[in-house]
Design a binder for this molecule. Structure first.
Ligand SMILES: *Cc1c(COP(=O)(O)O)cnc(C)c1O
Length: 407
């Protein structure tokens, strides 16, 4: 779109990056529910395959509804950032069927058998399993250290030349631990390693990893970007436009984890309110964290906005607000955890995060029920730990529900 002046905030960018006028003068992005696209002539078909005609060919390779969401996410993630030459940073986004599909494209297009990837112990469960099961079976080995200790990052990289990539997730479950994107990227770039960040919990509104020179940013769009829990999705963003348009695009098309037009449409709608949602999510979360911290039934609250959180300074440095996801420990252990969850009247009992309504889960009896107690406790998932994604309801109602469920 041709904006005559530079947009000053991400709400405007979220709404006005894509064309103002669609076919038939549709105001909103049409859902192009079509697997294939037609050619006027054999010549035109040939030109599309050669890339001389930018028209669409086949929806696994690209679709106009995906394109609108992709261009919007790329503009949001690059908002206000400059490239090495001082020009507006340009990014290319590839939309996928799920976060897991986008993550698979990212790792597979960057790594080959014999390579290793360095990461933090506190990772989304699907990422942990993808690294340890799928990538390991392809000959790519994960190396896991506590990345909050920069010496450990430096040491691991120095001692192992097979490490080709560094993957961070910040903030991350279950203790909402944060790692320093800028410092870890500096260490990794001394050895020219590829650097990626899972920005799902923060979103591009709270945190922009490209500011610190990373190569790739990943989101599960299922969470805050969509915001309403209407679709699973994922996106891979990169600043090496050539790599993104050739190898990453090719791997994404061959692995087959493409999005679909309806989910891409829903994501496009959801992102328009990202800024207002995140502001409210975060102010509610700060109030909830303070309320829980002083409550007599609570042993401990993990929220990077609190003085008690070990990563508060890192969060403050790289995030606009400390986010809307937290966890807390009930004094009464497993039984207290289950009782608390059962007594909730408004907050929703469900896994996932980032929806407009508050979601609360109990990892020990839900996501990690099948994991041995000692193993999950080593990740910080104790019996009484509750995970909460604070929604945008009226704060008094969230606090009232928590208060009555903790009685
Ligand atoms: C949900 C999530 C994923 C996986 O995304 P899906 O959309 O469920 O495939 C990856 N990373 C983080 C941090 C997540 O929360």
């Amino acid at each position: 779109m041709e904006n005559k002046f530079t947009l000053t905030g991400i709400s405007s960018v979220a709404m006005h990056t894509t064309p103002k006028v669609f076919p038939e003068y549709a105001h909103l992005t049409p859902i192009y529910a079509t697997s294939t696209f037609t050619f006027d002539t054999a010549q035109q078909g040939m030109e599309r395959f050669m890339g001389e005609d930018k028209g669409n060919i086949y929806s696994r390779w690209g679709n106009p509804t995906f394109k609108v969401a992709e261009e919007t996410i790329a503009a949001l993630e690059a908002f206000g950032l400059k490239d090495e030459n001082g020009n507006q940073l340009q990014l290319k986004a590839l939309l996928h069927a799920s976060g897991q599909a986008a993550m698979t494209t990212m790792f597979m297009s960057n790594l080959k058998a014999g390579d290793k990837v360095l990461s933090h112990y506190s990772l989304y469960g699907g990422t942990h399993e993808l690294l340890h099961k799928v990538l390991a079976a392809c000959g790519v080995e994960p190396v896991i250290v506590d990345m909050r200790d920069l010496n450990k990052v430096e040491e691991a990289i120095k001692n192992d030349p097979a490490i080709k990539m560094v993957h961070m997730e910040t903030p991350a479950n279950p203790t909402i631990s944060c790692v320093d994107i800028e410092e870890i990227t500096k260490i990794a770039k001394q050895k020219n390693l590829i650097v990626s960040v899972d920005n799902t919990f923060a979103t591009c509104y709270l945190q922009q990893p490209f500011r610190y020179g990373v190569d790739f940013v990943f989101h599960s769009t299922t969470k805050f970007l969509n915001g309403h829990g209407t679709a699973i999705g994922g996106v891979l963003l990169g600043k090496d436009l050539n790599f993104m348009k050739t190898k990453a695009w090719k791997w994404h098309a061959l692995l087959g984890g493409n999005s679909n037009p309806f989910d891409a449409f829903l994501l496009g709608i959801g992102m328009k309110t990202l800024e207002v949602r995140m502001e409210r999510h975060c102010s509610n979360a700060e109030a909830v964290a303070k309320f829980l911290e002083q409550h007599s039934a609570i042993a401990h609250v993990n929220y990077p906005g609190l003085d008690s959180h070990p990563d508060k300074a890192v969060a403050q440095k790289q995030m606009k607000h400390p986010g809307a996801v937290m966890s807390f420990e009930l004094k009464g252990g497993l039984d207290a955890g289950k009782t608390f969850i059962d007594k909730l009247q408004m907050c929703v009992r469900a896994v996932s995060l980032g929806t407009v309504d508050t979601l609360i889960s109990h990892p020990a009896s839900m996501t990690h029920f099948g994991v041995k107690k000692e193993e999950r406790e080593s990740y910080g998932i104790t019996d009484g730990l509750i995970r909460m994604s604070v929604g945008i309801e009226n704060i008094e109602d969230i606090l009232n529900d928590l208060e009555q469920a903790l009685k």
